[in-house]
Design a binder for this molecule. Structure first.
Ligand code: SF4
Length: 368
């Protein structure tokens, strides 16, 4: 009998829902889950061929143990494998202490799995040595959100893409890296011919092909671009003063910093025309709803946190946040990176956005 099982495509941060068809223990087909909010039944080529990856030739089907590094794996029973793993951990901890072991877990785990790993490490073993893909790909986005908004909580959803009037893509190439997100952008363009798409990327990427304005900035000049846009927004009276006064602090100090980021200077630093910088700032500031989409191009940098803060400042200065179609939307590398962080999926976190560095948070979790 054929049945369908719900699952999630593990390839990229969009996290598309899939329905896997099985018969007599074998996978016989796969389709996008029409009820899943991330993709509404759509899949890109990567997701649509997921079922081919279950070919036993490519996958570990049962536990194996190598007696010597580089040697051939020998099959073990599940009970034996679990006992052996637990005994190895216990012996190592007994001999060398809890910090002699570590877990590196994946952004493809379910939130519940993340929770249990964290409980095992921080609650039972007594080590903070748990890290995840959020460390590798998202730590700049996490720190950027915390420094500017006070919480690691992306204030947007995919539904915002269809409501945006301006989409600013920077440090990301969703046409390739987040294909279903890009389909939403194409849908938004089809539904609203007035939608403006700005792409800042040194390369003329596939995403830049649909841009109304492509800013081929020099690599590493992102902050100059964002500060230059903020300079223009301030100079042209496009700052939302009421929002700034009600919801931000330190704006005067920031305005002081961006004074020196004149369009001429930024054009030289970024290698793009003055008119393009002014145009980008005007579209962003004048729109009813500006949404920015960004990813590893901002995150994977020695100053990734500042890159993230630079773009979030644009949203806070113009009030382009907290309303439909607007906000700073960090795209993620793996589908459940955020779910993991909700339950402490980084060495410096505890569950539910509690911080390891906060003594009250530590005490609360220790009591539990
Ligand atoms: S967009 Fe990403 S999550 Fe969706 S099907 Fe393609 S690779 Fe999988």
């Amino acid at each position: 009998m054929r049945t369908e099982v719900k699952s999630t495509c593990c390839y990229c941060g969009v996290g598309c829902g899939v329905l896997i068809e099985t018969e007599a223990g074998n996978i016989t087909g796969l389709r996008g889950d029409p009820d899943h909010p991330a993709n509404r039944g759509r899949l890109c080529t990567k997701g649509a061929t997921l079922n081919q990856t279950v070919n036993p030739a490519y996958r570990l089907q049962f536990p194996e143990k190598r007696v010597s590094r580089g040697g051939a794996g020998q099959r073990l029973g599940w009970d034996q494998a679990l006992d052996e793993a637990a005994e190895r951990f216990a012996a190592t901890i007994k001999q060398h202490g809890p910090d002699s072991v570590a877990f590196y877990i994946s952004g493809q785990l379910m939130t519940e799995d993340y929770y249990v790993f964290n409980k095992l490490a921080k609650g039972l073993i007594g080590t903070n040595n748990v890290d995840t893909n959020s460390r590798l790909c998202m730590s700049s986005a996490v720190a950027g959100y915390k420094q500017t908004l006070g919480a690691d909580a992306p204030p947007c959803s995919y539904a915002d893409i269809l409501q945006a009037k301006v989409i600013f893509i920077t440090g990301a190439n969703p046409a390739i890296a987040h294909p279903i997100v890009f389909r939403y952008i194409e849908d938004a363009r089809a539904a609203n011919p007035d939608l403006k798409i700005i792409v800042a990327d040194p390369r003329r990427t596939e995403s830049a092909e649909i841009a109304d304005l492509h800013l081929p900035i020099k690599p590493g000049s992102d902050i100059a671009l964002f500060n230059g846009m903020l300079h223009v927004l301030i100079a042209e009276g496009l700052v939302d003063q009421a929002y700034v006064e009600a919801h931000t602090s330190g704006f005067e100090a920031l305005a002081d910093i961006v004074k020196k980021y004149t369009p001429d200077q930024v054009a030289a630093a970024c290698g793009v025309p003055v008119e393009s910088i002014v145009q980008a700032a005007r579209w962003f500031g004048r729109s009813d709803a500006s949404l920015s989409l960004y990813c590893q191009g901002l995150n994977q940098s020695a100053h990734g946190t500042h890159n993230n803060a630079g773009i979030i400042h644009l949203h806070l200065a113009t009030g382009q946040i907290g309303k439909p179609g607007a906000g700073p939307f960090s795209l993620t590398g793996q589908p459940n990176a955020m779910g993991g962080r909700e339950v402490g999926g980084l060495a410096n976190l505890l569950s539910a956005h509690r911080d390891m560095a906060n003594p009250e948070h530590r005490a609360e979790v220790a009591r539990l």
